[in-house]
Design a protein around this ligand. Sequence first.
Ligand SMILES: [Ca+2]
Ligand SMILES: [Ca+2]
Length: 243
Amino acid sequence: MAVRRFIIISILLTCFCLIAIGQRPTIEDFTMSGDTYLTEDECFRLTEENDYSSGSIWYKHAIDLKKPFSIRLSIMAGCQDEVGADGMVFAFAPQPNRLGYRGEGIGYSGLAPSIGIEIDTWLNEHLNDPMEDHLAIMVNGRIGHWNDLAGPVKIPNIEDCQRHGFYVIWSPSEQKLSVEIDGTEIISTSFDLVNKVFRGNSLVYWGMTAATGRYNNIHEVCFDRITHFSPQTEEIRRSYGLN
Ligand SMILES: [Ca+2]
Ligand SMILES: [Ca+2]
């Protein structure tokens, strides 16, 4: 009996691994706007160390919020800590290739309807920013922290000139959106994104924005892979505690 159970679990896990292998997007899968350009090592540089700059990339293909997926990127949020600004935002929106306000808006404020996961590296007291670098999950381009779906969550200085793993994971069965940095979950929310944000439309685009203002930093994003889990694989993941 135990042997048969072992064989069945092995087959199921093999199926799960085969179905859930991630795809690495290519540069042709993205549009660029603002000051964004492609670097020699095929990363997107959204801003240089210039004041009042902004840029964004958007994945050209819509994804379906009715299905589970994970998006794995590497981000670099600059090399200046004390005088570095303003940060980056990972966003979902019904239209791709959009860019919000610069400076404290991080290229995201004003985009509605939308969901934004901000990596904020500059203290704006009137937005209730904590002094430390922080993450927050925001809705409809509203960047004051009294509107957050989750956060702000303080993180150690991320303007360290290093690339960091930035993973966005969506589980529609729990309506859970979670964010990991370097393999550690930092922030999450459970919210009916499809109905309460996108008015019943489950097809959205994702992108990354960045901006500078009176102070600046390099902001860069590299793509790793996108994994779409089928409903069956999500079922298998849950039943074996793999979520
Ligand atoms: Ca800020
Ligand atoms: Ca910092």
